[in-house]
Every structure is written in C-alpha cells, then in structure tokens.
Design a protein around this ligand. Structure first.
Ligand SMILES: [Zn+2]
Length: 138
C-alpha cells in the first residue's frame, strides 16, 4: 500500500464518521405506523374435542356454551371464562377463530379446539403452543 492509497482510506473512514449523524437524523420516525391490535400471547395447553358424547357427555347437544349451533366445518375454541365469547384467538396449526365455548376442565391457560370428528380431535391430541388472544373491543 503506498502513501496515496493510505491517505484515501483515511479520508474514506473520516467521511463515513462524518456522515453518520445526518444518516441517523434521516431515519423516519414511525409516529404514523398503526399500532397492532391489543393482544396477549400465552403459552397454552391446547387440547381438542368434538361434539360427541365422549367429549361432551350430557352436553353433547351440538350447541356451545355461548348458544352457538355447531355446523359441519365450524372452527372455534373453548376457553376460560375470563375471556369473553367472541374473543379472537390465533392458534398455530388451527387458525384465527372465536371463543364460543366453555369447558369444565378449560381453566386458565387451557384451550380446547373444536374438530368435526372425534378422530380429528384425537389426531390433534394435546399441544403446548404460543397462542395469541386479542382483547375484545368494548
Ligand atoms: Zn369427541
């Protein structure tokens, strides 16, 4: 490396240092960015059920605790009563669905995902997942 090259390198470094403050100033501030909907993430113990009498016993009438009449292909979950009916939850591998049911064993961080058939419910089994619960608008 000769003297001229070294001088150029020093100049380049100085220039970069000199440019830094204005580069920082030019970062746009995100005041207008929409804030994400209020939501909480919980580590949930997610089990599955269907409308059969094995899963629901004497409550196997095809109507959820919220009064929702279950139709084929329905997707919803049962959750703790501290979450209002209609609250949207996002469950990895299941989707974004409303809370429409309760369950005697569904307390705290337990969630039950509804499946059309008992076979599908058994296939889901029990999974520990990071679930997003959106705070329902008042
Ligand atoms: Zn069942």
């Amino acid at each position: 490396m000769d003297r001229l090259e070294r001088y150029g390198l020093v100049l380049a470094v100085l220039c970069c240092i000199g440019c830094e403050p204005s580069a920082v100033e030019n970062v746009p501030e995100n005041h207008d960015a929409p804030s994400p909907p209020p939501a909480e993430s919980i580590e949930a113990n997610v089990s599955a059920y269907c409308a059969c009498d094995k899963c629901c016993g004497k409550w196997a009438d095809g109507i959820t605790a919220s009064g929702h009449k279950i139709k084929p292909g329905d997707r919803f979950v049962a959750a703790d009563k501290r979450y209002a009916f209609g609250t949207m939850v996002t469950i990895p591998g299941y989707g974004r669905v409303p809370i429409l049911d309760r369950g005697g064993a569904i307390r705290g961080n337990k969630i039950d995902v509804y499946h059309d058939t008992h076979k599908q419910a058994l296939r889901w089994g029990r999974q520990y997942l990071s679930v997003t619960i959106e705070r329902k608008k008042q």
